[in-house]
Ligand binder design. Structure first.
Ligand code: MLT
Length: 259
């Protein structure tokens, strides 16, 4: 389905009936990543998948897509569907967007799951890497995507999930250059939202890939210290929904059922 928002098309899907679950994909991805999870989650829930700004079938809104701007598009879809309270599952950048949404609309959050994501801001080193990424993607869009996607998996899994990685790269290569650069710019300036892990009233879960190549395991664990965040550690890297599909889904279902 398409919603017009601020003059652009926002793409979303809606499946099933029941308490609302909102699935938000990560950088370069689209709502397609949730294809295997949706039928299972939709047996008892109303599942909404949204393509974030400049990704999938959603158009670009500018040259910097801040997490707040992306969250506003999510807000528009949920308002349009008259959904008041939802449980958010955000993969990586989708988690940053879910946190931005939750900060602005705490009463509309029933639960929050950060899947291979973080509540902290970019380190200075990471900001530099993003700046380098912006130059690289402008030079060679397709090579940048191929490397960026492969780097999300632990090396041992490259062979094991070769078919899925190939398909994912193919899908990610549809992301327009403007969407990639605007997301990198937006992630680079995103705020630290660790405070939400401490002081928000809704249930929270963090699913962490033990050997995530792009998020530091110790940093993630320390974010959850002295919080009531339910921490799940799975083998593999940044792509738990592929590298550890059944455990990832089982934990999400358990989180939803007990929320
Ligand atoms: C993602 O998977 O969404 C991104 O890699 C997250 C990031 O670069 O911080």
């Amino acid at each position: 389905m398409i919603l017009k928002h601020k003059g652009i098309n926002i793409f979303y899907t809606e499946t099933g009936k029941g308490s609302a679950i909102v699935l938000l994909h990560g950088f370069l991805e689209s709502s397609k990543i949730w294809d295997t999870f949706v039928p299972k989650l939709a047996k008892k829930n109303r599942v909404v998948c949204i393509d974030l700004l400049g990704h999938g079938n959603t158009e670009c809104l500018g040259y910097i897509h801040t997490m707040e701007l992306m969250a506003e598009a999510v807000e528009a879809v949920l308002k349009h569907l008259r959904i008041r309270k939802s449980t958010f599952i955000g993969h990586s950048m989708g988690g940053y967007v879910a946190l931005a949404f939750a900060e602005k609309n705490p009463d509309n959050v029933k639960g929050l799951c950060l899947l291979n994501s973080t509540a902290s801001a970019d380190t200075p080193e990471k900001k530099q890497n993003r700046a380098r990424g912006i130059i690289a993607v402008k030079q060679n869009h397709k090579t940048f995507i191929r490397h960026a996607v492969s780097n999300l998996f632990i090396p041992e899994n490259h062979k094991k999930f070769a078919t899925q990685i190939k398909q994912l790269i193919k899908d990610c290569q549809k992301t327009p250059l403007q969407g990639i650069v605007a997301a990198l710019e937006g992630m680079k300036i995103r705020e630290d939202r660790e405070v939400l892990l401490h002081f928000s009233p809704y249930k929270k879960m963090m699913i962490i890939g033990k050997n995530d190549p792009i998020l530091n395991y110790n940093n993630l664990i320390s974010q959850t210290k002295d919080t009531n965040v339910n921490v799940v550690v799975l083998d593999g890297g940044h792509m738990s929904f592929i590298e550890n599909e059944s455990a990832c889904l089982a934990n999400i279902m358990h989180f939803i059922e007990n929320n």
